[in-house]
Design a protein around this ligand. Structure first.
Ligand SMILES: C[S@@+](CC[C@H](N)C(=O)[O-])C[C@H]1O[C@@H](n2cnc3c(N)ncnc32)[C@H](O)[C@@H]1O
Length: 468
């Protein structure tokens, strides 16, 4: 679960002018009988029962007040209050945020970078065959397909698998169908679609339903290519009621797609799973002989793609999304002339791919500029959008942030004897509808707009459209 702890306590820096503010991922629950603290920063997974006076102090630490001001408002002495906050810093480092303290901000930023999402894959040390996810997808996904996406690898489409306010009351699949329906391919009587990597099948189901409703006179012929038997099973069950869909159990890397066969090829949150290779390896540094044949095959491939597509890279060793570039080459031949591909994934335009550690496997963010350059060289016309723009998210709606969700779902609700929430996006009113009156008793729930969501939310994703 998303815990990140600062290595060193901050308590030694605290004084009466410090303004401890409960950090995201720490919730305070107060009713007539109970005062509870549920925090991702405590070292045990327990919810802490607080005295009324302690709860009051923590509640006052939600508004950027100094310890001296908090003490006064709570009717405590400044010394006792200072001691109280110091003791919580010791017990649960990171539990407070100090908005006015620049040094602290640096420390927090460091902890985030070090402990959270992107574990930068630098140099040769980290390429310990992180590349071969084929085995992971074939038999590494233990547990049910749904649980995989609910707990291990929550995709954006999973977060929006039911109609959500931030998507203007639509599901991810329906929103994608709305965007795609405006493309000229849907003016044809028949559209042949290939989806690569369909996960649980939720996205496909919603997409097919909305495509049907938007384009009643267009017949859709649908093929899914999926390497994971577990996920395939879920897709077959979920899509049982839809007109015949062809399911192919295979990895894209091992499949020979027919030429000029598809009007539309879709891959949503798939290409970060693909192989990467390194360029810029100095063989003498790595103990390898100055002989490129000793390099790993994926590194040789990366060098070849860099030189073939004139990809710009950093002066030091960096990763190349070799699998994603090869994927584009494959789909380019499989698309009909005039056909379209939609590829969505997280990444940036110009930054080198970074390793992202997920439970059980690693992925790599995408350097989209490389994909654009390679696509152009293959004769494709490319358009790059932010995913929020492509799917027409309502960027004014505020949604519950990930750390607040985790503290609520893994700690507090259980303690309150309430059922867990589904892992979906929650606007303020959607959360209120789920939790009812207790919502107002929970302090420090953080909401932010989709654009400002700094977890692996839609704002970190691009939608790449390629036209043949
Ligand atoms: C993160 S999931 C995304 C699922 C779904 N598209 C979504 O948006 O929820 C990645 C999907 O890609 C599939 N996948 C991974 N590697 C693949 C490969 N080499 N060829 C085809 N599909 C692959 C996985 O099995 C899984 O279905």
């Amino acid at each position: 679960m998303g815990k990140y702890l600062l290595n060193k306590s901050y308590s030694e820096h605290l004084d009466l002018d410090s303004s401890p503010t409960l950090a995201r991922g720490t919730l305070l629950y107060r009713d007539d009988k109970r005062n509870l603290l549920a925090s991702l920063f405590t070292r045990s997974d327990d919810v802490t029962e607080l005295s009324i006076s302690d709860a009051k102090l923590l509640e006052l630490a939600c508004g950027e007040k100094s310890i001296a001001q908090i003490a006064e408002l709570a009717g405590e002495t400044p010394e006792t209050s200072l001691q109280f906050f110091c003791s919580w810093e010791e017990k649960a480092p990171g539990i407070f945020y100090y908005p006015n303290d620049i040094d602290f901000k640096k420390k927090v930023d460091f902890a985030r970078v070090a402990g959270q999402l992107f574990d930068r894959a630098e140099g040769q040390k980290s390429l310990t065959r992180v590349n071969d996810l084929t085995k992971y997808h074939k038999d590494g996904m233990s547990g049910g397909a749904f649980d995989q996406f609910e707990e291990v690898e929550t995709t954006v489409s999973h977060m929006f698998r039911i109609p959500r306010e931030a998507l203007r009351g639509r599901t991810f699949g329906a929103a994608l169908a709305d965007t795609l329906s405006k493309k000229s391919i849907f003016q044809k009587d028949q559209v042949s679609i290939l989806e690569v990597g369909a996960g649980t099948g939720f996205l496909t189901k919603a997409l097919l339903e909305q495509l049907k409703s938007n384009n009643s006179s267009t017949k859709v012929i649908y093929t899914i290519l999926e390497p994971s038997p577990n996920l395939l099973k879920s897709q077959i069950e979920l899509l049982a009621e839809h007109e015949p869909i062809e399911f192919i159990e295979n990895s894209i890397a091992d499949s020979n797609l027919p030429e000029s066969c598809f009007d539309l090829i879709l891959s949503n949150e798939v290409i970060a799973d693909f192989e990467v290779g390194r360029v810029g390896i100095n063989c003498s540094d790595s103990g390898l002989k100055q002989n490129s044949s000793k390099k790993l095959p994926e590194d040789q491939k990366a060098e070849a793609l860099k030189s073939r597509f004139k990809l710009e890279t950093e002066d030091k060793i960096q990763l190349i999304n070799t699998g994603a570039i090869e994927f584009i080459e494959k789909i380019s031949s499989a698309l009909k002339v005039g056909g379209l591909a939609y590829i969505s994934e997280y990444g940036t335009l110009n930054e080198a791919p970074r390793q992202v550690a997920l439970a059980g496997h690693n992925e790599h963010s995408i350097q989209f500029e490389h994909l654009l350059k390679a696509s152009r060289a293959m004769g494709l016309t490319e358009n790059l959008y932010s995913l929020t723009e492509y799917l027409d998210f309502d960027t004014k709606v505020q949604i519950l942030d990930d750390l607040s969700f985790n503290a609520l779902n893994t700690l507090l609700l259980d303690r309150l004897g309430m059922p867990k929430l589904d892992r979906v996006s929650y606007s303020k009113s959607e959360l209120q509808a789920e939790l009812g009156t207790i919502t107002s008793r929970i302090h420090n729930l953080h909401f932010q707009t989709v654009e400002n969501d700094d977890n692996l939310g839609p704002a970190l994703f691009y939608a790449l459209e390629l036209q043949k």
